[in-house]
Write a protein that binds this ligand. Structure first.
Ligand code: NAD
Ligand code: TYD
Length: 355
């Protein structure tokens, strides 16, 4: 079986659902159920004996040691993290605790487990650390996209904490020989994306008749990948990745934020027109920028294509249409995640941003 951490979050739950649909191997899903973890994402697995959910923290060494001992996983995929840049600006502490200290404790638990593995189990074992393109910092408009050898220049508490975890993973391979793989992926979008991030926030706010808050001039560029393609890339790296290597994962889809927001509005105009016949674009509101806002991310994904034959299946056009449709069909899911805690966050992040 495999152990997935953070498998109740956005990408983790997509990965668990995809994995169980494609493989015979069972999944142990360890998740602390922070505000971003949602068991409803896994509701279709309620009666599936190949999915075992464990509510717990990657930094709980006793719990992790007992899970490893009992289930003897062949693979660990580490998604667990604090993942939202704006939250890291308001309060970095949780990011340091989970992304750095938590990853360190997890690595220590795994080191002890791996050292005790015998026979074929030891060479077969893999630890895949899921990271982000944000560790490379910001690009100017003309610079080439990030390759795996681009230097680390993290700019936010989030990206700095992910960079630190990447370095720990690298060191555990180099020093202790642990069989590590790292993926650095660009911005994901798709089903089960928590509506604090750009694309789901815009869909949810548009449908609720609220403002669509675009930070600064809206010309910041992100490189978007449909979440199902991220999951297939991780499976591909697990199957064929070279130990100790990192693989950049991206969709070759660089777009300025304002273009993303306009695309979401156009799709909603087509699929769920406003009652007054006007476009959802009327709701766009330019607001105060994010401090230290990275201007451009772009991933050069040629290594994973050349060495492992991976390519994204979705274009941005197909992926964003699927995504908007998913949110239109899952209004209950949206309503359930907008708890009191969610409303507190929206007030905290947007109240002081003047239009
Ligand atoms: P998310 O915030 O939606 O989910 C994170 C999950 O981790 C939640 O279920 C949460 O409960 C769990 N978690 C948090 N702290 C934990 C802890 N201490 N122990 C156990 N579980 C814990 O994040 P996501 O967008 O799904 O991202 C998953 C991973 O992918 C993260 O490591 C992130 O850095 C990385 N990543 C995300 C993106 C993106 O666009 N979302 C892009 C590249 C890389
Ligand atoms: P986000 O989804 O938070 O991902 P990240 O910061 O990790 O790239 O934001 C994507 C882009 O959208 C980023 O440039 C910030 C911008 N943004 C807005 O303009 N308005 C918003 O309300 C949010 C949440 C993000």
């Amino acid at each position: 079986m495999i152990l997935v951490t953070g498998g109740a979050g956005f990408i983790g739950s997509n990965f668990v659902l995809d994995w169980l649909a494609r493989h015979d191997e069972a999944v142990i899903n360890l998740d602390a159920l922070t505000y971003a973890g949602n068991r409803e994402n896994l509701a279709t697995l309620a009666a599936n004996p190949r999915h075992v959910f464990v509510h717990g923290d990657i930094g709980d060494s006793a719990l992790v040691a007992s899970l490893l001992e009992r289930h003897q996983p062949r693979v660990i995929v580490n998604f667990a993290a604090e993942s939202h840049v704006d939250r890291s600006i308001h309060g970095p502490e949780d990011f340091i605790q989970t992304n750095i200290v938590g990853t360190f404790r997890l690595l220590e638990s795994v080191r002890a487990y791996w050292n005790r593995l015998e026979g074929d189990a030891r060479p077969a074992f893999r630890f895949l650390h899921v990271s982000t393109d944000e560790v490379y910092g910001s690009l100017s408009r003309d610079e080439p996209a990030f390759t795996e050898t681009h230097r680390y220049e993290p700019n936010s508490p989030y990206s700095a904490s992910k960079a630190a975890s990447d370095h720990l993973v690298r060191a555990y391979h180099h020093t202790y020989g642990l069989p590590m793989l790292t993926t650095n992926c660009s911005n994901n979008y798709g089903p089960y994306h928590f509506p604090e991030k750009l694309i789901p926030l815009m869909i949810v706010n548009a449908l609720a008749g609220k403002a669509l808050p675009v930070y600064g001039d809206g010309q910041q560029i992100r490189d978007w990948l449909y979440v199902g393609d991220h999951c297939s890339a991780i499976r591909c790296v697990l199957a064929g990745g070279k130990l100790g290597e990192t693989y950049n994962v991206g969709g070759w889809n660089e777009k300025p934020n304002i273009e993303i927001v306009n695309t979401v509005c156009s799709l909603l105009d087509e699929l769920r027109p406003r009652e007054d016949g006007k476009s959802y674009r009327e709701q766009i509101s330019y607001v105060t920028d994010r401090p230290g806002h990275d201007r451009r991310y772009a991933i050069d994904a040629s290594k994973i294509e050349r060495e492992l034959g991976w390519k994204p299946a979705e274009t941005f056009e197909t992926g964003i249409r699927k995504t908007v449709n998913w949110y239109l069909q899952h209004q209950d899911w949206v309503a359930n995640v907008q708890s009191g805690g969610y409303r507190d966050w929206v007030n905290k992040n947007y109240a002081d941003r003047q239009a």
